[in-house]
Design a protein around this ligand. Structure first.
Ligand SMILES: [Zn+2]
Length: 113
């Protein structure tokens, strides 16, 4: 049973990773070698097949983009990985990027109006 769950979880992680990489590409955040490597990870459905040189670029250039902070100055939350594709797209359009907590509170506030 747990093996199936592990498998499903890794499939889910893989889908999230690919969605984040696609969002970075669409937002034109990646250039040159990093762009090629992101496309390879998407095609291979994972980073396992990268050469050691490519892995270095992946961890130095691409992985740092996986952490985004909430735009609210008084909030120090990071954007959840599963929310990253939307956050990257919003950010690319010049919109602010909010963590799920801030989004939740803003929706609560809007309800009170
Ligand atoms: Zn926040």
């Amino acid at each position: 049973m747990s093996r199936i769950n592990d498998f499903e979880e890794s499939q889910e992680n893989e889908r999230e990773l690919i969605a984040v990489l696609e969002a970075l590409i669409n937002a034109e955040k990646l250039q040159g070698a990093a762009l090629g490597i992101a496309k390879k990870v998407i095609a291979d459905k994972g980073e396992e097949k990268l050469t050691s040189k490519q892995k270095k670029v992946y961890s130095n250039v691409i992985e740092p983009m996986f952490s985004m902070m909430c735009s609210n100055a008084d909030c120090d939350q990071q954007i959840a990985f599963s929310d990253m594709p939307e956050a990257i797209a919003n950010h690319a359009m010049g919109d602010s990027v909010e963590c799920s907590n801030c989004q939740y509170y803003r929706h609560q506030m809007a309800k009170d109006d």
